[in-house]
Design a protein around this ligand. Structure first.
Ligand SMILES: C[S@@+](CC[C@H](N)C(=O)[O-])C[C@H]1O[C@@H](n2cnc3c(N)ncnc32)[C@H](O)[C@@H]1O
Length: 284
């Protein structure tokens, strides 16, 4: 199977790594082909080889960005993995209610939110906890580096298959509005989420500080150096008593000295106290 001139293919692999952090090893050539072919077809380009040549010649053009986006995995579903959401409801949120009782405000970031199921799940859970925070100010920022997937997320429109994947009948009845064959997230849930374009490899200072960050199922695609750099940047966005929640196959161990696991909670990490952090060697 030829994807094109080896130099063009190699240049594309490097471009994807530089712009998104995603590693495309040679064993993933089948993925390159299956994801790039439909893009070539819809762009009216003869084949993947011709498209990769164009991308190499114009790496900052719209086509290059479309091809980079096309290599990302956007798989997501409502209340994915359950455990993080159970831990949130039972332990993390009650602690935050106590700690933020004076300011009555919470900022949450769903980093690499894909088609929106994660931030909408958070918003639904917070709606369910309304009795506790009725008069609080709660902001959920949801970001992704793919513009097309963000546009989809903003619509809040899901197929029956997507809705059934993770939403109980009770939640479907409470938080969805049927629109023909599809379902739209209810306005009060959508109003809680603000979607914004952001690449995790770029600066995070403009995003502000958060009480809770969900960054799940994206670091697995990065190489160790990029993971470590991203985690160190995320540490700078967390309030001192805030939590970072990673995906079930992800950890900070051996990557980011800024974090320590939260005892008793799976996949939940806290920023270490500065003195403890200063003595640790950070992997690069
Ligand atoms: C598998 S989805 C995870 C979605 C959600 N967090 C979840 O766990 O269900 C990974 C998402 O990461 C996004 N992504 C990949 N590289 C990124 C980067 N460098 N910056 C921001 N988002 C990125 C992709 O566009 C994709 O939507």
């Amino acid at each position: 199977m030829s994807l094109g001139h080896p130099d063009d293919v190699e240049a594309f692999r490097r471009l994807v790594l530089e712009r998104s952090g995603l590693i495309l090893s040679a064993e993933k050539d089948y993925l390159l082909k299956s994801r790039l072919e439909p893009i070539a077809r819809s762009e009216g380009i003869a084949d993947v080889a011709a498209m990769l040549r164009q991308v190499r010649l114009a790496p900052t053009a719209r086509l290059a960005q479309r091809c980079i986006d096309g290599m990302a995995t956007h798989e997501s579903f409502f209340f994915r993995d359950n455990t993080p959401f159970d831990q949130l409801r039972e332990t993390i949120l009650p602690a935050l209610w106590r700690a933020r009782g004076a300011s009555k405000s919470l900022r949450i970031w769903s980093a690499a939110c894909s088609s929106g199921q994660e931030p909408y799940s958070l918003a639904m859970m917070l709606q369910e906890e309304r009795a506790r925070f009725g008069d609080w100010r709660i902001d959920i920022l949801a970001t992704d580096f793919s513009q097309p997937i963000l546009e989809r997320a903003r619509t809040g429109l899901y197929s029956e298959f997507e809705v059934r994947r993770g939403l109980s009948e009770q939640r479907q009845a409470r938080f969805l509005v049927r629109e023909g064959e599809a379902f739209r997230i209810a306005p009060e849930v959508r109003a809680m989420v603000q979607f914004r374009h952001h690449n995790l490899l770029d600066g995070m200072a403009t995003l502000g500080r958060f009480d809770l960050i969900f960054c799940r199922n994206v670091l697995i695609y990065f190489d160790p150096a990029t993971k470590a750099k991203t985690l160190e940047a995320i540490a700078g966005c967390l309030n001192p008593d805030a939590s970072l929640i990673l995906g079930s196959a992800e950890t900070v161990v051996g990557l980011a000295g800024a974090f320590e696991p939260t005892p008793g909670l799976r996949g939940v990490f806290r920023v270490r106290a500065p003195a403890a952090h200063a003595g640790l060697r950070i992997a690069s």
